[in-house]
Each structure stands twice: as structure tokens, then as C-alpha cells.
Design a binder for this molecule. Sequence first.
Ligand code: I3P
Length: 132
Amino acid sequence: ELSPAGVGIKTLDKAGVLHRTKTVDKGRRLRKKHWSTSWTVLEGGILTFFKDSRASAAGGLRPPPKLSTPEYTVDLRGASLSWAPKDKSSRKNVLELRSRDGSEYLIQHDSEAIISNWHKAIGEGIQELSSD
Ligand code: I3P
């Protein structure tokens, strides 16, 4: 988004609690899948998964009082998003996000409405960056 002066403004697109796991690290498939529940922020074309914390796991919709360190930041430029194939997880409502550097993440929420909103927001983020 550009201001009248043409200066980029960082806008908070979306934030909330999600279940996520990293499955591939820069082309290397990780041996174990560790799901974490964490506060997740979509802002300025970057998706940030914060470190698992008791506050974010238990807190529902509210952010932890003090945000912990980001665990993963995913640049949406050149990324792709799709519903994960059934063989990727036994869970329902799972999205698969692939970053341009060859990493993959699964993103999940039991609520279809909530995961659909994330699908839309991340998809739009990817779209916006591809038109630059
Ligand atoms: C894994 C754990 C994951 C599960 C994964 C299991 O076992 O139960 O939650 O992924 O299934 O291997 P462990 O805790 O012993 O590592 P899903 O919940 O996404 O199904 P997978 O091997 O089919 O990936």
C-alpha cells in the first residue's frame, strides 16, 4: 500500500492463533512433524509465526501480553498456497504454504471459517506482491 507521498506503509492484514508446523526447510524435508500453536501475524507481505507460548496456546483470540520472538518469518513474495493434500496430515482444514526459498509449512485450524479467512488473506498477500 502506498501513501500519497509514495512511501510504503506497513499494514497489519491479519493476526490470530493458528496451529502450524514446518515440513521442509529450504528443500530439505524435516524428519519429524512438530505442530505448535502460536500467535501468527500477516503484515506487509510477511507471515510471522511467533514462538509457541503458553499465552498464545491458551489465550484464544488475544495476543500474548508481550510478543515473544518470531520463530519463522515467511516472505510471501513468490510463495504459493494451497489446501494440503490428505496424505500430508490427518488433520482437517490444513493449508500448505511454500516459500520461494523452498521451505514448506502446514497451517491448520479446526474452524473452517477461521482457516478460510487465513486462506483468503495469505492468498491476497501473495497476489499483491506478484503484481509489483
Ligand atoms: C506425529 C504426530 C503428528 C502427525 C504425524 C505423526 O507423531 O502425531 O501430529 O501429523 O503424522 O507422525 P509424533 O508425535 O510421534 O512425531 P498430523 O497431526 O498432521 O497427522 P504423519 O507421520 O502422518 O505426518
